[in-house]
Design a protein around this ligand. Sequence first.
Ligand code: SF4
Length: 388
Amino acid sequence: MCPSYQATREEAYSTRGRSNLLRRALTEPDPVAALSASELQDALDHCLSCKACKTECPASVDMSRLKAEVMYQTQPRKWISWLLRRQQGLLQWTIRHPKWSNWLQRRRLIKRMMGVDVRRSLPKAGTFSLQDWWNSLSAEQLDPFAEGDVRQKVWILCDLYSQYQEPEVGQAALNCLLKLGFDVKPIFMHASPRALISQGLLPEASEELARLVGMLGQIQLDDYIVGIEPSEVLTWRDEAKDLLPKTAYAFDYAQVRLYEELLVDLHAQNRLPVMHKQSRKLWLHVHCHHKALAKPEQVYEALAQIPGLVIETIQSGCCGMAGDFGYRHYDLSVKIAEQALLPALNQVQQQDWVVATGTSCRSQVQDLTQIKAMHVAQVFDQVLPERS
Ligand code: SF4
């Protein structure tokens, strides 16, 4: 069910309510002006772009996509657009000046200027950049096998969050692939197509997608292409085909896989080594786009290959954070998390692991429970044996 409706029970905050307002606006004599009407803008502003309606509603309404189109036409939040256009530069600055950045991010005035609720913590600057760490690895660390061995390539899309805000996630993702014997080819993204789409910055999103397609043009048929952040990966299977021009180079967007899908594939091919046994419980929350657009049970399947791990899948919908939504709508965001996620996390014991597959989900968990949730790659980095 639509999480904003589930938490508020207000018709305007349901998929049907938003669809009706949108339909009404489009029948006005000046539809573009009608799209800026405050009632419609408010209804769309309270949509989390979780994509649950795309699969759960009988009419398969993709409100997330409709919202992005309306925002493209009306551009209601200019300051977020300004920030997103400069996101990589700003994140690089936070890495270089962590003290300043963390100090500024705690200021109430800065939060108010950004439209962020003062009860929210903004993500702290990472302690290193993923690309710097990768460039510091020796040839032996990158290729521990005998010279001349031909290893299968994995092209890995490193999103901005895994590069700058949670570089330890990107590090674990790359490290696991090295441990698994791949020839790892990271592609460091310059922008976040998902974030750009969610703010209606459609030309900017297509520009970054086109840049990435240009780089992926080098892939061979048996190469893998994976991503770390589910919402970025699933953009390829969802919006990318409509945002990119039909070029001569026919890139198959479905080739871009979720990290967990690669692990399940390797298990099916018997290519996962024996992993360190665990005697603990793992609580699993899967990102809403993964639930709506892919097979969330594959995350369980990947983790279930770790001997001894007891996995409890939390029956949650969207975590309530959803990009910048939780920063601006604190009370509603918490109310959504209270539906299923927080009651489950209240039962977590000290030795348990918590996995939340999306970066927004992990910041929601951290902010509301102080639990440091992990990406699946961080779990595998701990249980995979070192290369011999
Ligand atoms: S995208 Fe999510 S929040 Fe928005 S209308 Fe659909 S189900 Fe509701």
